[in-house]
Design a protein around this ligand. Structure first.
Ligand SMILES: Cc1cc2nc3c(=O)[nH]c(=O)nc-3n(C[C@H](O)[C@H](O)[C@H](O)COP(=O)(O)OP(=O)(O)OC[C@H]3O[C@@H](n4cnc5c(N)ncnc54)[C@H](O)[C@@H]3O)c2cc1C
Length: 459
């Protein structure tokens, strides 16, 4: 490997390459908590042709290469588990064009999501996918993970907005797939295949995205409940009653305790809450919609009082700040956590959360659940105090995955399989389906040099 790396390094000498200890350590970790896996080199291309050159060189010298965005991923997708090259897309960070007349934009993959959202909002447009990591994550990472977020309930996920891609294959060949129009059905849906491929089928170097007109009015409220049973039931009442808020986020008792006193006061007796957000063409419309959804959410008399309604942008921001604090506040309780993103049918949510808590109880671990309840996407977090508890944590995670599939759900709704869930894929998918996907991977990447060790269970 050392000899191959030395030759690779010579082949890449015209590019920005780093191999100092601090850089390697930084690129050896992400937000999954899966541990440290050091690359041998980190390469920072600035153009699509430089990305092609890196892929060609890695292919020629048979060195593994792992695409990297902002390393905010929670399934370990950007970790270079077999060493080799970390291919950072950070320097490809330009918004190439925004075309209001066509409601599309074209970007490079290293653009930070929040930067892009603000840029299109300035011209009256709207890009709905909104992972809570928007301030740091890249659009390339969003495409690779098919990221979702609170607004997915009404507006869908990243895949619903990707029209076209410039895509570099492991061989270095560059494909332009998809289109720049709203509709188009020519050929196989390669955009659909590449979005969500977790950096295992190629590298996005340009992304064409669909935009919407920006909804002029948005209103947000927090509704409190005695426990998650009532809160989960309220989600079903809203959806069955014909309500379609743009967000319906849940926090359970452990999550509420973790963020209590950090910006808002939860009503007394609050054992769970929902953050509800609606939008529409006018303030009056949004207020009426919020009122309708809140009534549906309280229809069985379970809500504790009228809730907290954000009266302006600042108050809305304070409610969402609480939601964004949940992840790090939960980690602070024990020092470590694994955050899952299972999805269950919405009618089974209360049962799922109760069974997840039961798993924690049986194993002596604290389990918290929060997340995008409107689409049944639950961030179930197993909190633990250190490596000595890992065997118990692993048992808890497997039990959570089995319960999820047993309830008719899926093991990941937005974080991807990556490294941390690869051993669970066979709980959900039949062997023939996994084998077929492996064949597809080998067809695209015969040397298996692109992001190896991800997605599929170890043989
Ligand atoms: C606090 C917090 C909140 C979060 N909330 C959400 C949420 O609400 N919804 C959600 O979906 N996720 C969420 N995430 C997870 C994460 O932010 C997303 O998965 C995000 O899309 C990852 O983007 P990234 O730029 O950090 O990618 P990275 O973590 O660097 O990489 C992720 C994967 O994408 C691949 N990749 C990166 N760039 C490219 C490219 N250009 N071409 C091909 N492959 C590429 C990598 O190989 C890797 O497999 C959250 C994370 C944190 C820390």
């Amino acid at each position: 490997m050392n000899e191959r790396l030395a030759r690779l390094r010579r082949a890449l000498e015209s590019l920005e390459v780093k191999d100092d200890r601090a850089t390697l350590a930084a690129y050896g970790r992400d937000e999954s908590g899966a541990g440290e896996f050091l690359p041998a080199l980190v390469v920072f291309p600035r153009t699509s042709s430089e990305v092609q050159a890196v892929m060609r060189a890695c292919s020629t010298h048979d060195v593994p290469v792992t695409p990297v965005g902002a390393r905010s991923g929670k399934s370990g997708g950007a970790l270079p588990v077999r060493g080799g090259v970390s291919l950072s897309l950070e320097r490809l960070d330009r918004i190439l064009e925004v075309r209001p007349a066509d409601l599309i934009a074209t970007v490079q993959p290293g653009v930070i999501l929040e930067t892009f959202q603000k840029a299109v909002e300035e011209v009256g447009l709207f890009y709905p996918p909104d992972p809570n990591s928007a301030a740091v994550c890249t659009l390339g990472g969003n495409v690779a993970e098919n990221a979702g977020g609170p607004r997915a309930l009404k507006y869908g996920v990243t895949r619903d907005y990707v029209l076209g891609l410039e895509w570099v294959l492991p061989s270095g060949e560059l494909l332009k797939v998809g289109r720049r129009t709203l509709k188009g059905v020519a050929g196989y849906d390669l955009v659909g295949l590449f979005v969500g491929s977790e950096g295992t089928l190629g590298v996005a170097t340009e992304i064409t995205l669909k935009l919407l007109p920006r909804p002029p009015a948005v209103m947000t409220a927090l509704l409190a409940y005695p426990s998650v049973v009532e809160a989960a039931d309220a989600v079903s009442q809203v959806l069955m009653g014909g309500g379609l808020p743009r967000c319906l986020e849940l926090l359970d008792d452990v999550a509420i305790a973790a963020v209590s006193g950090r910006g808002i006061d939860f009503p007394s007796g609050c054992g769970a809450c929902l953050i509800v957000e609606v939008d529409g063409p006018s303030e009056e419309f949004a207020l009426a919609e919020l009122d309708r959804v809140s009534r549906l959410a309280a229809s069985r008399g379970a809500a504790l009082g009228p809730g907290i309604v954000a009266m302006d942008r600042d108050q809305r921001e304070r409610l969402w700040a609480i939601r964004r604090l949940v992840s790090e506040s939960l980690r602070a309780i024990k020092g470590f956590k694994f955050s899952e993103d299972v999805v269950v049918p919405r009618s089974r949510m209360a049962e799922a959360i109760a069974r997840f808590k039961g798993v924690g109880h049986d194993l002596g671990l604290l389990v918290a659940t929060y997340g995008h309840a409107g689409d049944g996407n639950l961030h179930t977090n197993v909190l633990y105090g250190g490596e000595h508890e890992r065997p118990l944590v692993d048992r808890a995670l497997e039990a959570i995955m089995r319960i999820t599939v047993d309830l008719g759900g899926t093991i990941t709704g937005e974080h991807g399989v990556g490294l941390t869930k690869r051993q669970f894929l066979s709980i959900e998918q039949q062997k023939a389906v996994i084998d077929w996907q492996r064949r597809l991977k080998v067809f695209v990447d015969p040397q298996v040099i692109l992001n190896p060790g991800k997605m599929f269970p170890e043989d």
